[in-house]
Design a protein around this ligand. Structure first.
Ligand SMILES: Nc1ncnc2c1ncn2[C@@H]1O[C@H](COP(=O)(O)OP(=O)(O)OP(=O)(O)O)[C@@H](O)[C@H]1O
Ligand SMILES: [Mg+2]
Length: 369
């Protein structure tokens, strides 16, 4: 499976543009702000039904316009599949596969998988636990559609439970029976989510460590630690133990919504003790392992989107990484960089075939008519 062509109308800084891709590596080069990342983001839209960067669809419409369209053609074992994404201000986003509109966007997700590696991945390390939970949940739900549904149900029940806690607090009484209704459901959904997250990590961690060692250093020991209150105690018991605490806090203080995934290097949090290069290698290894996991589960290779990957990595790491992605393990790869010469010299030095799109000359051609 690979993306054969993509065309954009009024998407971010583009009025109208289209690109044809080969199966292997394609590179976009040009100065800061020319629109390299925007192209990867358009591919992300076709794959995940949303932007990687800006969750508000209408903000991705070119300034001053009323709609955008992204259209792409995927080659699916010699069969062509046409994917259409249309966003109009004030209207529902439309997604079509071969001209048929999807009823639910969730039906599309996982069909044409992608993995983006971007400078914003640093947020996975630096931000709070919610982002890491979203990341893990996002991966699992590409493969397991029921998971997303269970997660939504859990969150709904959690909201209801919290509302009840507030009501109890305001009214100055606590009614155990009405709480139990929500507790039972919370435990039911929470346990399933906990089980899935555990199973995912068990599979994921060895691959992640393999990739870190490959691009990083043998001597550095990296780990993703799954911290969940449910690792130590049953969810029923936790809710029971925290009843008073919850009543005073007026929200639910235990459960899988408190889970975190802690990233460490040599047993210390990488957030505080990792160098910039180590942090970058860490998130790249996370993404490559994500690629592997999805390949296995979805039975096809995601398209790999490498945004500004060469920045902050030393030459040795860059060369190793590019060797890896130009190997047969990875399928289609889209790369961006500001430095055309760097891209050319890296891929030439490892004798990899690649396609180069110099956005600066494409722009010049356009203005020349
Ligand atoms: N809705 C929009 N309408 C018009 N332009 C937009 C819109 N959203 C973003 N842009 C423009 O897109 C440009 C950024 O493009 P992009 O991030 O793809 O650049 P880049 O080539 O990746 O740059 P860098 O090398 O700095 O990463 C910015 O100039 C921004 O103003
Ligand atoms: Mg960019």
């Amino acid at each position: 499976m690979y993306l054969k062509q993509i065309s954009l109308i009024n998407f971010k800084n583009y009025d109208e543009v289209s690109f044809e891709f080969s199966k292997g590596i394609s590179c976009f080069v040009g100065y800061n702000g020319i629109g390299k990342t925007n192209i990867l983001d358009a591919v992300h839209y076709l794959s995940m039904c949303k932007s990687y960067l800006n969750p508000i669809d209408k903000q991705n419409i070119r300034f001053g316009e009323r709609f955008f369209v992204i259209q792409g053609t995927w080659d699916l074992e010699e069969k062509e599949v046409d994917i259409y994404c249309g966003v109009k201000a004030g209207e529902k986003k439309i997604f079509k596969r071969n001209k048929t509109t999807y009823e639910k966007l969730a039906d599309h997700i996982g069909q044409f998988p992608s993995v983006m590696i971007s400078p914003y991945d640093r947020d996975l390390i630096s931000e709070g636990s919610e982002l890491r939970r979203k990341w893990v949940d996002g991966i699992i739900s590409q493969y397991n559609h029921a998971y997303l549904d269970i997660l939504m149900r859990y969150n709904k029940v959690l909201d209801q439970r919290n509302m009840l806690l507030k009501k109890f607090y305001e009214n100055g009484f606590f009614e155990r029976e009405s709480m139990e209704v929500w507790d039972e459901q919370l435990v039911h959904y929470g346990n399933q989510i906990h089980k899935e997250r555990l199973a995912f990590l068990e599979d994921f961690i060895p691959t992640f460590q393999y990739y870190y060692t490959y691009i990083g250093k043998d001597s550095e020991n990296v780990q993703v630690e799954y911290r969940s209150q449910l690792n130590e105690e049953t969810f029923e018991k936790l809710l029971e133990l925290n009843q008073r605490k919850d009543a005073f806090a007026t929200h639910t203080t235990s459960g899988i919504h408190k889970d975190d995934f802690v990233f460490t290097i040599n047993e210390l949090p990488i957030k505080k003790f990792g160098s910039q290069g180590q942090q970058k290698s860490f998130v790249i290894a996370l993404r490559l392992a994500q690629f592997d996991w999805l390949t296995k589960k979805l039975n096809q290779k995601p398209i790999l989107l490498l945004d500004d990957i060469f920045d902050k990595l030393d030459n040795q790491r860059v060369t190793k990484l590019m060797h890896l992605v130009s190997d047969n393990v990875f399928g289609q790869v889209l790369v961006t960089d500001t430095d055309k010469n760097r891209v050319e010299s890296i891929f030439n030095s490892i004798e990899a075939d690649f396609q180069l799109f110099d956005l600066e000359t494409i722009k010049v051609n356009e203005t020349n008519g």
